[in-house]
Write a protein that binds this ligand. Structure first.
Ligand SMILES: *[C@@H]1O[C@H](CO)[C@@H](O)[C@H](O)[C@H]1NC(C)=O
Ligand SMILES: *[C@@H]1O[C@H](CO)[C@@H](O)[C@H](O)[C@H]1NC(C)=O
Ligand SMILES: *[C@@H]1O[C@H](CO)[C@@H](O)[C@H](O)[C@H]1NC(C)=O
Length: 364
């Protein structure tokens, strides 16, 4: 009660500020007014997003509501406190941001999705209660320096319309009962760089589902399922991906490409791995499979999604746990090409297997 009263008072001040600037003429439609909007509750959002600068104070977002920022072009958003999202079983997202050339300064603060209240060990694709996705990012620009905490299921869903850099962002879902708590899911991403992210979770650290021109670099993945391209289904195209200088620690898999069988219109091309260090991968160090399904791999491929140009350059060091495979590749005949693993050093576990593709500069 006390908290929401404070939030209301802050909100009223903000509204007044925003309204007093109402008379300034914006030169271009989507350009914000030259004012500073302050958000301390969802009620403040509509007025604040008209401004070029938006400051966000600490507050709690009502359960079952999306904190949606539909920003003016070139807006600068400053997170000035931690945001907590009320817990409820629903689809989400808890937060959505869109706009062109936006700067989102996280200021080292936290967005807490309170996932622990919903984690039941089932995640999103195998039953259990419906859990909200956390943060849909549809902006271009730069986003930095904050922590996405306790995502109920998937953390970031990024589909940026133009160049976006995400830097120094932590994603932490910390419990055994968290499931499908992906760090970053990328779909129709373009010209996207993720740098210095740290992800502690129970599913893919990064999953690249669809996109062109994606760099994942200098990031750390702990405890999840590794850095993945896929899972790829019909009409999803992933190309021009660079995965470099990342550390993948204690994940099920290290570096992975997973595609479903027989998916028209889909492809993966030009993927480069360089300078990555994978340690203690529990299932496989490097895994490229065309027989993926959510329920598990089938071991069979008939028509594979074409995967062309997978290059390990520089030095990638991949070590796996005993019982894990160093390299596991299962392609349909003729659907994998131009694999060159010159820059891959592997150790631990067992060698694994390579099916239906010839890999240059690497032998099991
Ligand atoms: C994040 O923001 C905080 C608050 O402004 C600042 O002290 C800290 O240095 C920033 N961290 C990075 C890595 O930029
Ligand atoms: C990433 O890490 C590499 C190797 O440690 C380093 O040379 C490079 O400067 C780093 N890049 C960024 C953007 O921090
Ligand atoms: C390899 O390709 C052949 C021909 O398409 C196919 O019959 C076989 O099942 C493939 N191997 C696996 C393990 O999928």
């Amino acid at each position: 009660m006390k908290f929401s009263l404070v939030a209301c008072l802050l909100g009223a001040t903000t509204l007044a500020t925003a309204v007093s600037h109402e008379l300034e003429k914006a030169p271009v439609d989507r350009l914000g007014k030259r004012c500073t909007g302050t958000i301390a509750s969802l009620k403040d959002v509509a007025a604040a997003v008209k401004c070029q600068t938006v400051n966000i104070k600490s507050f709690t977002v009502d359960a079952g509501k999306t904190f949606e920022l539909d920003l003016a072009d070139g807006a600068v958003v400053n997170l000035q406190g931690d945001i907590t999202f009320g817990s409820k079983s629903w689809e989400g997202p808890l937060m959505l941001i869109q706009g062109k050339d936006v700067t989102f300064n996280g200021g080292g603060h936290k967005l807490d999705g309170q996932g622990a209240k919903l984690w039941d060990g089932y995640g999103s694709n195998s039953g259990g209660v419906t859990k909200p996705k956390f943060f849909k990012v549809k902006m271009s620009g730069v986003m930095d320096n904050f922590t996405l905490l306790n995502q109920p299921v998937q953390g970031f869903s990024v589909s940026n319309p133009a160049k976006l850099v995400i830097i120094i962002v932590d994603v932490r879902a910390g419990a055994a009962k968290g499931h499908n708590t992906d760090g970053f899911d990328l779909s129709s991403a373009k010209d996207l760089t993720i740098t210095h992210a740290t992800v502690y979770n129970q599913d893919d650290c990064v999953a690249i589902n669809d996109g062109d021109g994606i760099t994942i670099e200098n990031s750390t993945c702990i405890g999840g399922h590794g850095i993945s391209i896929g899972s790829i289904r019909a009409n999803k195209v992933v190309r021009n991906v660079v995965i470099q200088n990342n550390k993948v620690i204690d994940n099920d898999n290290g570096l992975r490409i997973k595609t479903y069988d027989n998916q028209p219109g889909a492809s993966v091309s030009n993927v480069r791995y360089t300078g990555n260090v994978v340690t203690n991968a529990k299932k496989a160090g490097v895994i490229i499979q065309q027989d993926y399904t959510n329920e598990g791999a089938t071991g069979k491929t008939t028509v594979g999604v074409p995967i062309s140009g997978v290059h390990f350059t520089g030095t990638n060091s991949v070590s796996v746990a005993s019982g894990a495979k160093r390299v596991y590749i299962l392609c349909a005949k003729g659907s994998c090409s131009d694999f060159d693993f010159a820059g891959l050093k592997t150790s631990g576990g067992s060698a694994g297997s390579i099916t239906n593709v010839s890999v240059k500069n690497y032998s099991l």
